[in-house]
Design a protein around this ligand. Structure first.
Ligand code: SF4
Length: 233
């Protein structure tokens, strides 16, 4: 199989969210497979991100975002999280006065590969990831990997060390958690993420040469963009 230029471009760009994502989904995206109609949860997530960005940028009307379908249902389902987010921005001890939203970084991984990361909120002291669900007692390993790579991207850009936080917006009030307890914890997480990225690059080379990938269907299949064409394993 020979990949087109567009397919090769997508093959070589690894999103931080791919680190703990489904390999088959990456294969479908790289090859340009047709997507299923967007799942409600996915449209809701995009709308929430846009509103969060507007709140951080202090937009005049933060709720004024483009929602092509199911506008009223989505806005109604987001009302509590928007209130929680708004309250958190006023109550948090983190200085958000110079915060930027949705900041994109691209990290060179060598051999033509790069890692792409979009950071929800970046301040001169902190990197903050916003999550729409509730905290279940443990920060997920995908969040740890994504924040570790966010930090690596920021630091390699010469912008120095920052504290990393995840803020859960589900429930009656925000739950703000500092993710790495010290530099050793951060360094270990960066090394773990790089080790996973090595596996992803090996997997991408398999895709390049048309070698079938093994995956297990899981609960994320229900929300997947490729659920209409994918048969899992
Ligand atoms: S439907 Fe499931 S197995 Fe298939 S690409 Fe999506 S997440 Fe992966």
């Amino acid at each position: 199989m020979t990949l087109s230029e567009d397919q090769l471009y997508r093959l070589r760009r690894i999103w931080a969210t791919d680190i703990e994502g489904c390999p088959r989904s990456q294969e479908h995206r790289i090859l340009g497979a047709p997507k299923s109609p967007r799942h409600f949860a996915s449209m809701r997530g995009s709308a929430l991100h846009s509103i969060q960005e507007n709140i951080i940028k202090k937009a005049e009307n933060p709720l004024n975002v483009k929602i092509p379908e199911l506008h009223d249902e989505i806005m109604e389902s987001l009302s509590e999280e928007i209130m929680v987010m708004d309250k958190w921005t006023r109550d948090t001890k983190i200085d958000l006065s110079k915060a930027e939203a949705e900041v994109k970084f691209e990290l060179d991984l060598g051999d033509g590969y790069s890692m792409v990361r979009q950071i929800d909120i970046l301040t001169p002291e902190c990197i903050i990831d916003l999550k729409s669900g509730s905290f279940n007692g443990r920060v997920g390993k995908h969040i740890i990997a994504e924040l570790a790579m966010s930090h690596e991207a920021v630091e390699r850009g010469g912008e120095g060390r920052r504290d990393c936080y995840v803020v859960y917006l589900g429930g009656s009030e925000a739950k703000e958690i500092k993710v790495f307890k010290d530099n050793n914890d951060l360094n270990d997480s960066v090394l773990n993420a790089f080790s996973r990225i090595e596996d992803i690059i090996k997997m991408r080379e398999q895709i390049k040469f048309g070698v079938p990938l093994r995956v297990e269907p899981s609960n994320i299949c229900a929300y997947c963009d490729y659920r209409g064409i994918c048969r899992g394993i």
